[in-house]
Structures are given as C-alpha cells and as structure tokens.
Design a protein. Structure first.
Length: 413
C-alpha cells in the first residue's frame, strides 16, 4: 500500500516537473504584449508565519458586490490552492453561483507561491501530523495549524467582512488528512469541513486512532462534515475513509451533520472537482423553498404560502432558492408523477409570485390541459401569449402555438 502510494506520488511529481519545465521554457521563449488572464474578483495577500517565518500567499476570492455592500460572508479556506488549482476551485464556485445553487462566500486559497516541486514538498510538510522516515520533511501539521489560527485567520477576519462562526475548510488527500487533524486538535477553529480522499493511511493510520480517542471523549463537534472518496481508489484508501465515517456516525453528535459519498467511476485525482462541487452544495447549497410552500398550501392556503415566501425573502435572502424556475421545475416534477391538482397549486403560486413572467401562465395552461380543463388552459395560454407580447419576451411563437392548439380543440367540441 505504502509502496504504491510512494510510486504514485513520484510519478505525479516527475510528470508535473516535466510539464512545469516545458511551460517555463515556452513562456521564456514566447514574449507577448497580450494581457495575462487573471482570476475573477481575486486578491493576493502575503502572509508570514510568526513562528516559522515561512512565506505564504492567500488567494482571496471576494463576492461580486463585496466593495459595494456592507454584508458579511462565510469563509471557506482551501488547502492545496496554488494558482493552477485555485482557478479550478473558483470556476466551480462561480458556475454554481451562476445558477444561484449555493450561497455567496469568501474563498481563501492557501499557497506557498513556489513551483510545483515546492508545492509537493510543502504540502507533505504542512499537512502531515507526524514525522515518517520515508517522507523527509514531513510532520509539521501542528505548526501549520498554528499559522492558520494565529496569523492567517485573524488577518482575514480583520481585513474582510467575515462570519467567524461560519468558517469552513476544504482538503483533498494530504489536505483532507490535515482537515481531520484540525478537527480533532482544534474543533473550534472550523465549523464546516469538505474532506475528499483523506490520506488516513499515513503513519500506520495514526489519525484513525486519534479519531477513535476523540469520539470516546466528551469534546463536542458541531457544524457539517462532508466526506467523499473515488470509487476507483485503493482498498486502503476506502477502508480508512469508511472507518472514519463509521466512528463519527457511531458517536451520533447531536449538533453535527455528517454526509459521505462514494463517487462513481472516479479516481483519487479525478474525484477532486466532483467532491468539491458536491461538498459546496452539501454545506452551502440554498434550500429550495418550494417544499415549504407546498406544505403551507396543503395545511393552510395559497395566501399563507405567499406571505411566508415574502417574509423569508426579506429576512434570509441567502438561505433559500426563491427562483421562479425552481418553483416551476417542482411543479412539473409532481405533474409528471400524476399529481395534477397539486401541480396546478404550485403553478398558481408561481403566477402570484412572478406575475410578469409569461412562463408561469404557460405552465398553468399546460397543467390544465393535461387535466382536460380546456377552458382554463385557453385562459392561461392566452395570458402567457399576451404577457410575452407586451414585454417582448422570448418564446412568443411557442406561447401562440399552445393557444392555437387549445382553441382548435375547443372549436371541435
């Protein structure tokens, strides 16, 4: 197991060094006046460890409207966040934000700023909790955690508008091992953990022994832990990951949410973007409000659901997914399941909440048509068409086709 891991990391280091050399040579030989690509909304801050005097760089991604608002934001700290990987993390985050699937965050990538060789050496040093003879320079996780607690985190909280009570950490492989180390040795530092393929094989699985000791104690754990592993990883990786999850589940912490996923057809490397995506959605995903509204409609009435919608939108706009298309999609989901009357109620709610959208009326017309209420179908198809024409919306021809189809049916009756 250990021999295989050593070979894997040697192959990775050799390949990345060759790539780095080729890229460096290409850049040296290619002089261009073109502007370089920059990561959107990102600042670079230099941080020095007060204990080791080592230099680190914090890549700080800020929300689009950060400097135009006074809002505070949760922070997610990213291990292994050199420039080549931080770009991937921010891209995934921005795609999820594009469709409003997750809350807005401040992302802080932790990097040493060196080349790939320095990166691999520093991660082995900073993320491993014990010294292992076969891995020179390892075993300084305690110093790195101290750097985070005494230097980096206070700097970020001082310089930016953050929620110190909503702080998370992402880590994969050695980074996942470090996230677990931080959880066990300083559980108050982070409240949220996204842990991917943690290297729990390290030092004869010592961190699993430490986890067992921790859960047998009285120390509380609160917040959210998401863990993931690639289906195609080694048995040793799987066994360690599974045992870690079982230890936490067996302890049954009252204020801890725990979710674990085995990612199909993924390896130790390919699972990283998938685990990061799914971890973001698990920890910071917006709650679909439509299920709450559906319950209110059933237990009370449509007016109660509408009032609750506007109340939540005013008091907690970042926590819920209020979008028209989300409500509409749920309506079609239950319509396909044959719950026509329930679907009509959801589409009516959407029409009340978004009266300027032609799509909400078109969906109502569709549901009524499927329920063979053709006069109601005609009424709402016509409203969809007229609303679209008045606002020059897209889809006018489709709305007209739907209306003409129902009118034709009505004429034959």
């Amino acid at each position: 197991m250990k021999t295989n891991m050593i070979r894997l990391f040697l192959v990775i280091i050799i390949c990345t060094l060759l790539i780095n050399i080729c890229w460096s040579q290409e850049i040296k030989n290619h002089k261009s006046s073109a502007k370089r690509v920059e990561i959107l909304n990102t600042e670079v801050r230099e941080i020095i460890s007060s204990k080791t005097n080592r230099q680190y760089f914090a890549y700080v991604y800020l929300p689009q409207d950060y400097y135009e608002s006074d809002k505070k934001y949760p922070v997610l700290y990213l291990t292994d966040a050199e420039a080549f990987s931080f770009g991937m993390y921010t891209s995934i985050f921005l795609f999820l934000r594009l469709d409003d699937e997750i809350r807005e965050l401040i992302l802080v990538g932790i990097a040493n700023g060196g080349d790939l060789n320095e990166h691999f050496l520093s991660r082995r040093r900073d993320y491993t909790p014990t010294k292992v003879e076969d891995y020179p320079g390892s075993g300084e996780a305690a110093e790195h955690l101290r750097f985070l607690k005494e230097n980096l985190i206070p700097f970020i909280d001082r310089e930016y508008r953050t929620y110190p009570s909503n702080r998370g950490i992402w880590g994969s492989s050695y980074g996942g091992l470090f996230a677990i180390y931080a959880m066990l040795n300083s559980p108050e530092t982070f409240q949220n953990y996204i842990i991917a393929s943690p290297s729990l094989w390290w030092d004869k699985r010592k961190m699993l022994d430490d986890t067992k000791t921790f859960v047998e104690g009285e120390q509380a754990l609160t917040g959210y832990i998401y863990t993931a592993l690639g289906e195609e990883e080694t048995k040793g990786m799987f066994d360690g990951w599974e045992q870690f999850n079982e230890l936490l589940k067996k302890r049954s912490y009252k204020e801890l949410n725990l979710k674990s996923e085995l990612l199909q057809n993924e390896t130790h490397v390919s699972m990283i973007p998938s685990a990061f995506t799914r971890g973001l959605k698990a920890l910071y995903g917006k709650i679909s409000i439509v299920l709450l509204l559906e319950t209110l409609i059933k237990e009370k009435d449509l007016d109660a659901a509408i009032k609750y919608f506007y109340k939540l939108k005013q008091t907690d706009p970042e926590a819920y997914d209020f979008r028209e298309e989300t409500i509409n999609a749920h309506g079609y989901k239950i319509l396909r399941a044959g719950e026509v009357k329930e679907a009509i109620s959801i589409f009516k709610l959407n029409a009340e909440l978004y009266p300027e959208s032609p799509n909400v009326y078109d969906s109502l017309g569709d549901a009524y048509e499927k329920n063979n209420e053709l006069e109601n179908a005609r009424k709402y198809y016509e409203k969809a068409y007229k609303t679209a024409v008045a606002s020059s919306a897209t889809g006018i021809e489709t709305f007209k086709d739907n209306l003409d189809r129902v009118l034709k049916i009505l004429k034959t009756k």
